[in-house]
Ligand binder design. Structure first.
Ligand SMILES: *Cc1c(COP(=O)(O)O)cnc(C)c1O
Length: 455
């Protein structure tokens, strides 16, 4: 069959409020042309993020009712721990309220002032937590990982030579190596098993622990199955176990590949680090058998982890990303290639050459998508990265607009609607205006800045 269906039925629905173009024009103007300032019930298709926005299954909702809220020793914790260890056989599993809490604990223990932490590309919360610990984050993704048009199947791979050179020169300054699977900041691009093995070998040779930032491990495993020679016949759970057999530990945001709205964990083998981590957990999150979560959340994660490695689900997930990416490519819209696991990234700078980077082509496209169809996407470009430490402005390397797709939430007709909106915009793309920033905060300006149109 050519048609790959959503492998689920809908039992419970959330109405979408249908708005008019006129209404949306007023709403976005009042929001200072910043999509983060919109009320989400004024959005029709919300592609701002895939984080914490998954639809839970009937089984997960029944798990919520089974949650045991005992302060210590809850059976929900043991079910959660078993589900994690079934896929990621680490000795210690420490629940946190989300991924960044696991990162905060890990880097407080592992990284200190003057150290360096290499990764393929650090995600922004990971980078910030490395820096908070006084350490320096170092990104060592392969060159193809920075070229939007490159069709390399594993653009999240680490540059092994660069890692080896860094470790040879500065081993004593490097307490830990990270690998982000999939590489979120690089466009949701996967890391190959061969590359993970290479990183493992280098880490073992230099005796440095290797941790995975594993938020989208199942999407990465499925992309290994479909793109890497030798894995077509291996089941996804087996690929997942092979991945984690290469690491000494992991951080996880369950808001991604565990199908829940909140949660995360830190898992590791080292007893000494685990003891330190639990001590910190008690200070900042909670007792070790619930961490930052309620018993019901732990139940939902345990069930979500079984559902996420289902190959019918993953085939549908990747097919729906491909479907969106192919349709945009066919109408001549430049996107980051190949399409990664959780989002399609439009190259707004190439699409809108009449808008210079310092007039924010990504913001222009994102605002126009909202006005046209009530779609909320996310600018990842000069608005997000252009402000320099000295207050000046510089063009980011790329001006992208990310269409991140929540898991199990939207149907194919929602995606068709998104495609039609982009088509309408492309027809009048030369009319889209640039933007100026009217007000901005000191840090992380993309969340709260207010814009005006350059007309
Ligand atoms: C989301 C994310 C995190 C942080 O997780 P939160 O649950 O949002 O704190 C870390 N790394 C990557 C790759 C992510 O995508």
């Amino acid at each position: 069959m050519k048609t790959i269906i959503e492998p689920f039925r809908i039992k419970s629905v959330e109405p979408i409020r249908v708005t008019t173009k006129e209404e949306r024009g007023t709403l976005i103007q009042n929001a200072g042309y910043n999509l983060f300032n919109l009320h989400s019930d004024d959005v029709m298709i919300d592609l701002l993020t895939d984080s914490g926005t998954s639809a839970m299954s009937a089984a997960q909702w029944s798990g919520i009712m089974q949650g045991d809220e005992s302060y210590a020793g809850s059976p929900s914790f043991y079910r959660f721990e078993r589900a994690v260890k079934d896929l990621m056989p680490f000795k210690h599993v420490i629940p946190t309220h989300q991924g960044r809490a696991a990162e905060k604990i890990l880097f407080t223990i592992a990284a200190g002032s003057g150290t360096k932490v290499p990764s393929n590309t650090h995600f922004d919360t990971t980078r910030a937590n490395v820096e908070m610990a006084g350490a320096e984050p170092v990104d060592l993704v392969i060159a193809e990982g920075k070229q939007p048009e490159s069709e390399h199947p594993f653009k999240g791979n680490m540059d092994l030579e660069a890692l080896d050179t860094l470790l040879t020169a500065e081993r004593e300054r490097i307490p830990i190596v990270m690998l982000t699977i999939t590489n979120n900041t690089g466009g949701g691009q996967p890391v190959s098993m061969e590359n993970m093995r290479g990183v493992r070998e280098i880490c073992s040779r230099h005796k440095v622990p290797l941790f995975f930032d594993a938020c989208r491990f199942a999407e990465n495993a499925y992309l290994i199955k479909t793109r890497e020679p030798g894995y077509a016949e291996t089941s996804v759970p087996e690929i997942v176990r092979e991945i984690f057999s290469l690491a000494d530990g992991m951080t996880m945001s369950a808001k991604k590949d565990a199908f829940v709205n909140i949660g995360g964990w830190l898992a590791l083998n080292d007893d000494d680090w685990a003891e330190q981590a639990r001590n910190m957990l008690i200070l900042t999150e909670g007792f070790p058998t619930y961490g930052g979560l309620a018993g019901r959340d732990l139940e939902a994660i345990a069930i979500g982890l079984q559902e996420i490695v289902d190959e019918d689900y993953l085939r549908y997930r990747m097919a729906s990303m491909q479907y969106l990416g192919n349709a945009l490519t066919q109408m001549g819209v430049p996107i980051v290639k190949p399409v990664g696991g959780h989002a399609v990234y439009i190259d707004a700078r190439s699409l809108l050459p009449h808008i210079p980077p310092l007039s924010y082509p990504g913001q222009s496209l994102a605002v126009a998508l909202y006005e046209e169809g009530g779609i909320r996407a996310c600018e990842i470009g000069t608005v997000m990265f252009g402000k320099q430490a000295d207050g000046s402005e510089k063009a980011a390397p790329l001006d992208l607009v990310r269409l991140a797709v929540p898991r199990r939430v939207y149907t194919q007709s929602h995606v068709d609607y998104v495609i039609e909106c982009v088509e309408n915009l492309v027809a009048r793309k030369d009319e889209l205006p640039g933007y100026r920033i009217e007000w901005q905060p000191r840090f992380l300006r993309h969340f709260t800045a207010r814009f005006t149109q350059e007309r």
